[in-house]
Design a protein around this ligand. Structure first.
Ligand code: FMN
Length: 356
């Protein structure tokens, strides 16, 4: 992911030696706590019942760019060894691409040279590196008092009702601040799992204390950068800010957020705009949602093609998959939003240094 000042490159394959990330542009002096980083990687494992049965330690190995507990300002490389890999089933499905997964287009793009085992570079496992990059970005943002939290807004047909940012940040449940909805969401995931099927959902991320003035028009649009970052996460198929698609059915008089002054600060009374106007942050909480499709790999019979025989055929998957991606996607969504915010914050700091 390439920002103007910050970028990261993911490397690895699901069933290869390791996965990891190379992060460039981080300033020196960001405090790194390996225990916290471990915690972020553990969050990425989601709810065990609905996650793959593959068991991974996900122990981060910091290769460069961190010295005496602080970033040095040189590229940061962090990897995680892969373990508990079982590629046997993938030999069976090599010629029969999974519907909904990247197997078919990836084979075309890489002329058949791609490592297809476990989805290879297209596996959700690559999000380990994104979460690591997000950890560093979050540490940078925290120094400015900017905090992020994502929660599950929807699983299948179950939607969490409107909740305040305060409720999200103070929630003890790491997945959803609304206990009743969460119970129903678990049932929805359980039903899909028991039927050998999968289910999708929506993750909402909220960032508090984002200063006004980050972003800009067109090429600098922070909304576009965050949307672009979110769409890079495998299985994300929709992104919206604030009222999002809901704006389409509103009148301007209902949609506009009135400006008000509270305790000497300019705010808006409502936050339909989700914290961004004209591609620039307003100082209101940034509110963004990403829709995840159901996990493509399911145990129910599916239809596909046999690429070797050039004929239509059936597919019955074995192997280990997430029956719902959404719970483990929470730190991933936070990570990419944090990374974009950190890039824009550094740009703003550069201007402030010259203008103010
Ligand atoms: C955290 C995470 C875990 C995932 N786990 C799986 C999985 O176990 N099985 C699967 O088929 N897809 C899984 N996916 C989704 C696929 O990687 C994704 O659907 C696929 O690469 C095709 O890309 P697209 O859906 O963005 O078009 C996961 C995605 C994420 C973000």
């Amino acid at each position: 992911m390439k920002g103007r000042l910050l970028s990261f490159t993911l490397f690895g394959e699901s069933h290869g030696m390791a996965v990891g990330v190379l992060i460039e542009g981080l300033p020196p002096g960001i405090e790194v706590n390996v225990e916290e980083l471990r915690g972020e990687l553990q969050r990425r494992k989601g709810i065990p019942r609905f996650s793959t049965k593959r068991r991974e330690d996900d122990e981060p190995v910091i290769l460069s760019g961190v010295f005496n507990g602080f970033t040095t300002g040189t590229p940061v490389a962090v990897m995680v060894w892969n373990g508990d890999v079982d590629s046997s089933y993938y030999e069976e499905i090599w010629h029969t691409p999974r519907p909904g997964h990247a197997d078919y287009p990836a084979g075309i793009k890489y002329f058949g040279y791609n490592d297809y085992r476990g989805g290879g570079h297209f596996s959700g496992r690559l999000t380990v590196g994104a979460v690591i990059a997000g950890y560093f970005a979050k540490k940078l943002l925290e120094r400015e008092g900017i905090h992020l939290r994502a929660y599950i807004k929807r699983i299948g047909r179950v939607e969490c009702p409107e909740v305040t940012p305060e409720a999200v940040f103070s929630s003890e449940n790491p997945y959803c601040p609304h206990a009743e909805s969460f119970e129903m969401m678990v049932e929805e995931m359980e039903r899909a799992r028991a039927e050998g099927d999968s289910v999708g959902g929506v993750v909402e991320a909220i960032a508090l204390n984002v200063p006004p003035g980050l972003g800009g028009p067109w090429d600098e649009d922070i909304e576009a950068d965050i949307a672009s970052a979110l769409f890079r996460i495998p299985a994300v198929k929709g992104v919206e800010f604030g009222l999002g698609l809901g704006f389409a059915e509103k009148r301007g008089s209902e949609a506009n957020d009135p400006f008000v002054i509270r305790n000497g600060k300019i705010l808006t009374e409502t936050n339909n705009h989700g914290g961004v106007l004209g591609g620039i942050t307003t100082g209101m909480p940034l509110v963004v949602r990403a829709a995840f499709k159901p996990t493509p790999s399911i145990y129910l019979p599916q239809r596909t093609v046999d690429l070797a025989k050039m004929e239509e055929t059936g597919l019955r998957l074995r192997g280990r998959f997430d029956s719902c991606i959404v719970p483990k996607a929470l730190p991933v969504v936070e990570a990419v939003v944090a990374f974009v915010l950190a890039d824009h914050l550094l740009r703003r700091k550069a201007w402030e240094g010259v203008v103010m």
